[in-house]
Design a protein around this ligand. Structure first.
Ligand code: ME8
Length: 519
């Protein structure tokens, strides 16, 4: 990986169904990281995409009366459109049915085979079709139901190619020991280390009789197991085949963001496969928690699946993004409800942030006709100290994927702004012409504070940050700003804002009622 390059990925999502809040969550977190690191001046590669092979897809297509290809072509659009609606700034979108990916999977397999790490055997096991997982006998009880989803398993016996994963038990344990943040958060790291200590079996990596998959080279009766196929997308997306400059620049990925349910694939099988092929493992895998909905597990049968399109339509993309990132510490489970979303957004975005900015712009209009320049004496120890503290904490939280805590730091500035308005009472200062300089200093400070807030929140709520930037009347392009270079007081000579519009009008109970009824 080149200095200054940053490769971040989301899981590739199954297209057997339309996107839900879980998909939106990981993708949004990845987008925030991507935008943040671009602001830091890094060259970012942000990859997302869709997982389009496997039995699940075949089944969903059959149920819909479509061919698998027809189904995936239809559903993929739902994901692509959602990312547009959610202001997701990915650099590439990979589909596992693309030629570039199919060739990468086949070449990767060939490399493992050339290294003597692949053999043909026979697989007999209990298979969960919905989860696409074989379960070893010793993890099952007499009922033979899937330990993950509880559904009845089927006994399958078939020829299969195996990857000699067990050979990597020791190297993987050594890797974990050498890199204590390879898996984050720490509780997940510990969980995977104890799993590894329990011993590894070789991994079956092909299926017979399942046509909808990547064909195994020279053995057309076999297609690759969907997880073997899917994990390799992270290499296909940076042109592993050509070992081009893109691959050298971006691999190894800085972080794979995943949900806790798919951590083992990413932190055991995937680095094992990479070690086998002689490719460096990713630097880090971060597993986030799961959303329940009003206290319940989200499921189709309960009819409580949160549709991200609906939330965006009802509350706007920024509120949705903000809520997901602020409500729950990244890594823990959380609960979604409209009430919680409204309360959180009203309190933080309307009453604190929006209010501070709005008061500022209104006062500027009223007392200075909307134009103000950098005052002669501007440095103030308190403000300098506060900004210094916020920057240090914000950066350190962002580096640890602690988005909620990073946002809490930023709001310190908005709070300070609101308190400053109350304390300085510009409406009093305006009464006496002798206070003109002081009033200028106060208003400029508040505008400057609003500018810094726009920069800090840009990765999280890019649309609102852009509107605020425009309202402040700053000529420089927002997403070409750099942090920390621009996070200093007094960077802008003159503010000449446009007319103030509320950034986040409060959502009232009546609005909520309407949204619920509309659903
Ligand atoms: O697993 N809350 O795809 P997928 C939070 N194709 N996250 C949730 C969630 C919830 N209630 N429900 C699901 C796959 N997720 C594979 C990935 S990567 C090489 C292959 C998350 O569409 C889940 O944790 O079933 C996972 O990270 C993601 O949605 C994609 O799930």
């Amino acid at each position: 990986m080149n200095e200054g390059c940053f490769y971040i990925t989301t899981p590739i999502y199954y297209v057997n169904d339309v996107p839900h809040i879980g998909h939106a969550y990981t993708t949004c977190a990845a987008d925030i990281l991507a935008r943040y690191h671009r602001l830091r001046g890094r060259r970012v590669m942000f990859l997302t995409g869709t997982d389009e092979h496997g039995q699940k897809i075949v089944k969903a297509a059959r149920d819909a009366g479509l061919t698998p290809q027809e189904l995936v072509d239809r559903v993929v659009v739902r994901f692509q459109e959602l990312w547009k609606a959610m202001d997701i700034s990915h650099n590439d979108f990979i589909r596992t049915t693309e030629e570039r990916h199919i060739r990468t999977v086949q070449t990767f397999f060939q490399t493992l085979r050339d290294k003597g790490l692949v053999y043909k055997g026979e697989y007999e096991g209990w298979y969960c079709i919905p989860c696409e997982t074989f379960w070893p006998e010793n993890q099952l009880d007499d009922r033979k139901v899937c330990p993950d989803c509880g559904r009845t398993l089927e006994k399958l016996k078939e020829d299969s190619y195996y990857f000699a994963l067990s050979q990597f038990e020791k190297p993987l344990l050594e890797h974990f020991a050498a890199q204590p943040d390879f898996v984050m958060p720490e509780s997940r790291y510990n969980e995977i280390v104890s799993f590894l200590k329990g011993g590894l079996r070789d991994q079956s990596i092909s299926r017979v009789g399942l046509e909808w998959g990547v064909p195994v080279p020279d053995d057309p009766a076999h297609t690759f197991y969907v997880w073997f196929d899917a994990l390799i997308n992270y290499l296909s997306g940076v042109d592993y085949l050509k070992r081009s400059t893109q691959f050298d620049a971006f691999w190894p990925a800085v972080v794979h963001l995943v949900g806790k349910d798919i951590l083992r694939f990413h932190s055991v099988l995937w680095p094992g496969m990479l070690m086998g092929a002689g490719v460096e493992p990713p630097q880090r895998v971060f597993a986030h928690g799961w959303w329940t909905v009003e206290g319940d597990k989200m499921s189709k049968s309960k009819g409580n699946v949160v549709d991200p399109y609906q939330v965006v339509a009802a509350y706007g993309v920024d509120r949705f993004r903000y809520f997901m990132m602020r409500e729950v510490s990244f890594g823990l489970d959380g609960d979604y409800s409209e009430r919680a979303l409204v309360e959180r957004c009203n309190a933080d975005l309307s009453d604190n942030f929006g209010n501070m900015v709005h008061r500022t712009l209104k006062m500027l209009e009223k007392y200075r006709g909307g134009r103000i320049s950098l005052p002669a004496s501007y440095a103030e120890e308190e403000w300098d100290a506060l900004l210094g503290e916020v920057i240090t904490n914000f950066e350190s939280f962002m580096d640890r994927f602690a988005f909620a805590q990073a946002l809490e730091q930023v709001w310190k500035l908005a709070h300070a702004g609101n308190r400053y308005i109350d304390k300085k009472a510009p409406w009093q200062l305006a009464k006496n012409p002798e206070n003109r300089e002081e009033l200028d200093r106060v208003l400029y400070r508040l505008l400057d504070c609003s500018r810094l807030l726009a920069l800090f929140v840009f990765p999280f709520i890019p649309r609102a940050a852009g509107r605020l930037w425009e309202m402040l009347g700053i000529k420089e392009v927002l997403d070409e700003r750099r942090i920390p270079a621009d996070l200093v007081w007094g960077k802008i000579e003159t503010f000449s804002p446009a007319e103030a519009q509320p950034l986040f009008p409060r959502i009232l109970d009546d609005d909520r009622q309407e949204n619920t009824e509309r659903r």
